[in-house]
Design a protein around this ligand. Structure first.
Ligand code: HEC
Ligand code: HEC
Length: 343
């Protein structure tokens, strides 16, 4: 296990001394398996403590961040479905408004170098501003949030525990949200146990065959062990003429980026339906149907998809069986990541 210390002083608990509270912080460790690459996120600039992680967790689950106190980050990012919005093709936000894209899973984000389906956000510490200010999501402003949080006894206490100062600022709020989402790591699936030769990781012949098929046909983009290359690719989906979403080109204005979208991770894919940037496919069978018979040709299509992928019916089943080994119930039901009851 690799381990990054995110805080150098390690004390536990709160001590009351001479009438004022001296807060002593407990460090939080960022763990990941040895066979993984180094995270892209620069942890040397981060002083993360347990108190800060818990503050981020409270903020993530609190509808106080939206204009009318109805929508929290967790409204569209539910833990049990890999922190995405199950059953919603396009995301559903404030006033019942429907957005233009499918909510993304949140996991192993410390390895991402750009965020959103089109990579429109290049630093995780400012990412939260996008949903907060989007008219279809939370329709709020950082100033209004700071005002609400400063009027809340709960948040004054939580911010005090982190900063020895109860004054809430926008920067501290965004940092706390980052410190929660950056800790959402998934690395205990059956696949991981298989790679680590651990108990519970014995693959059946079908799973082994599925892994081989995956490595031949899919892993150039859904690269192990994170199951994403972090790249942008056009996989030949037909353009939805109501949404007219050309993906990465909307950010770079470069024609060569037309119809390219971020390669999503396939970890916990069994639970994150519907699939693709616009949630057009309900099932993994439909996804395979696309890769085997549905690819639309265009100038920016990924070269490895110029020809449909050939898979027999049995091979499709094996591939689907393999994809289920990417499910990590330790992550989906990890109590540290769920709704916080008290503070
Ligand atoms: C109304 C639904 C909704 C709400 C509320 C929402 N999100 Fe999202 N989230 C989305 C959608 C949709 C995307 C993809 C957006 C895009 O590509 O344009 C996304 C993308 C993301 C990503 C990028 C993931 C990646 O791999 O690139 C992060 C991180 C994220 N959201 C965190 C948050 C946080 C933190 C909050 C609360 C401050 C939040 N979201 C609130 C729907 C929502
Ligand atoms: C050329 C790169 C590339 C290859 C090869 C590739 N994918 Fe993808 N995959 C992507 C991209 C990019 C997306 C997102 C596309 C979008 O939403 O527009 C995606 C989306 C998916 C999704 C939906 C994920 C989600 O969260 O919505 C699944 C499932 C998937 N791919 C499985 C596979 C399988 C199985 C194979 C092999 C048969 C494969 N992919 C081959 C790039 C690739």
């Amino acid at each position: 296990m690799n381990r990054i210390k995110t805080y150098s002083i390690c004390f536990v608990g709160i001590f009351i001394c001479c009438g004022f509270a001296v807060i002593q912080h407990k460090e939080v460790l960022f763990d990941y398996p040895e066979y993984w690459p180094k995270p892209a996120y620069d942890f040397s600039k981060l002083s993360m403590t347990e108190e800060e992680f818990q503050l981020g967790r409270h903020l993530f689950y609190d509808p106080i961040l939206s204009r009318d106190n109805t929508i929290s980050c967790a409204s569209c990012h539910l833990q049990a479905t890999g922190f995405t919005h199950v059953d919603h093709d396009l995301s559903h936000g404030i006033d019942g408004n429907i957005g233009t894209r499918n909510s993304m899973t949140l996991m192993n984000l410390a390895w991402s170098t750009s965020f959103m389906w089109d990579g429109g956000v290049n630093h995780i510490e400012v990412q939260a501003l996008a949903p907060i200010t989007s008219e279809d999501e939370m329709d709020n402003s950082l100033e209004a949030i700071v005002e609400k949080l400063n009027a809340s006894e709960k948040y004054k206490t939580l911010f005090y525990r982190v900063h020895n100062d109860s004054v809430v600022t926008g920067q501290k709020t965004l940092l706390a949200l980052t410190q929660f989402v950056v800790m959402l790591n998934s690395y205990n699936s059956k696949y991981d146990k298989y790679i680590r030769n651990e108990a519970g990781g014995e693959f059946t012949a079908q799973e082994k065959n599925g892994l081989e098929l995956f490595r031949t046909n899919c892993a150039s983009c859904h690269k192990e062990p994170l199951f994403t290359s972090q790249d942008f690719k056009n996989i030949g989906l037909a353009v939805d003429t109501t949404l007219n979403d050309f993906g990465r080109m909307g950010i770079t204005a470069n024609k060569s980026d037309s119809l390219k979208f971020k390669v999503p991770t396939l970890r916990n894919i069994q639970f994150t339906s519907p699939y693709m940037h616009d949630g057009r496919f309900e099932t993994l069978q439909e996804v395979l149907q696309h890769y085997t018979t549905g690819i639309q040709q265009s100038n920016t299509l990924a070269p490895e998809l110029k020809n449909d992928i050939l898979l027999t019916p049995n091979e499709r089943v094996d591939l689907l069986v393999f994809l289920r080994t990417l499910s990590d119930t330790d992550f989906l039901f990890n109590k540290r990541f769920n709704y916080p009851n008290n503070y």
